[in-house]
Design a protein. Structure first.
Length: 109
């Protein structure tokens, strides 16, 4: 297969946009993490975190800064990954974000 001149892959464009717009990266992860507790959608959340990690230095650099081996990070942030809370927090911290909690629905008074 030959590359078509001037064509950029969807993934490459996504990484570039997330790198260029920090607020977009935050909202992108927020939307993905909303489904973290759903076994069917968990893989998409982990791939979204992997994409943000790629945008903010690449997986090798993020893994090193997070104190995780590159291979472990690749596995943890794969569609069937199961990262520890320690790894999740370390990766988020490395890309300048943190884990947060908010109510699922407004509290009833």
């Amino acid at each position: 297969m030959t590359a078509i001149k001037g064509v950029v892959s969807h993934h490459a464009r996504e990484v570039a946009e997330l790198r260029a717009d920090r607020e977009l990266a935050v909202e992108y992860l927020k939307a993905a993490m909303a489904d973290l507790d759903s076994p069917e959608d968990r893989g998409a959340c982990l791939v979204a975190l992997r994409t943000v990690a790629e945008a903010y230095g690449g997986l090798a650099e993020v893994a090193s800064a997070a104190g995780v081996s590159r291979e472990s990070l690749y596995r943890a942030l794969s569609p069937k990954g199961n990262p520890t809370l320690k790894t999740l927090i370390a990766v988020l911290k490395t890309v300048g974000m943190r884990l947060s909690v908010e109510p699922e629905r407004p509290a009833v008074a």
